[in-house]
Design a protein around this ligand. Structure first.
Ligand SMILES: [Fe+2]
Length: 207
């Protein structure tokens, strides 16, 4: 869901919007508020300015659902956010992966940027596994879940999934003061590399 905000949001206002959506995820690095529920994403901070490949947020963490909210603080338009709705994949593609299971842990290139040593120890110990075919626990929709850039030790051919995604992209072009809220279970997403100063606030929440 896209919301165009008529004014610049204060951090406290963003926090209260997040709280109204669900239970916010508490994290450690790049946090902006006392409750540690709002993170700053920036060209010289979290996720930096390089490519961020196709993924579902928090694929390597426990829990079956996280929604995400992003707010455009500065120049988000420098890199549009790309989405693909994985609840819409054809039956034939779902059939190909009906017994497949993905292993997830934080990818190496995110270790220093995103996590404390303690978080990494916990996440690597959890060895999260997710079937490729899941049912959304709220809507009941069947979803092809494969977080391509965070899956580890993968034994499956992901090319058919990548081809489907690349042919069914929804590209979001950011405008000033926009925020986006999405269902992270079904919306795989990515962002391309960019140059310049870009900053967003992010919260993730459990429903
Ligand atoms: Fe993400």
């Amino acid at each position: 869901m896209k919301v165009s905000c008529p004014k610049i949001l204060e951090l406290s206002e963003f926090e209260s919007i997040t709280r109204s959506l669900g239970k916010p995820l508490v994290t450690s690095k790049h946090v902006l508020n006392k409750d540690r529920t709002v993170q700053e994403l920036s060209n010289n901070g979290l996720f930096s300015d390089g490519d961020v490949g196709w993924h579902h947020d928090w694929s390597y963490g426990r829990g079956n659902y996280f929604g995400t909210i992003l707010y455009n603080v500065k120049n988000a338009h420098l890199s549009p956010t790309l989405f693909c709705d994985m609840s819409k994949v054809p039956e034939s593609l779902k059939q190909m992966y009906s017994n497949a299971v993905g292993n997830y842990s934080p990818p190496k290139h995110l270790h220093d940027l995103c996590f404390t040593e303690k978080q990494l120890r916990i996440l690597e110990k959890q060895k999260v596994q997710r079937p490729f075919i899941i049912n959304h626990h709220i809507t009941g929709e069947e979803i092809l879940y494969c977080s391509i850039s965070t899956i580890q030790n993968n034994q499956h051919d992901l090319l058919p999934i990548e081809k489907y995604i690349e042919s069914n992209i929804y590209k979001y072009e950011w405008k000033e003061n926009d925020f986006l809220i999405w269902d992270n279970l079904k919306m795989i997403h990515k962002r391309n590399a960019f140059k310049g100063e870009r900053m967003l606030w992010r919260s993730q929440f459990i429903i």
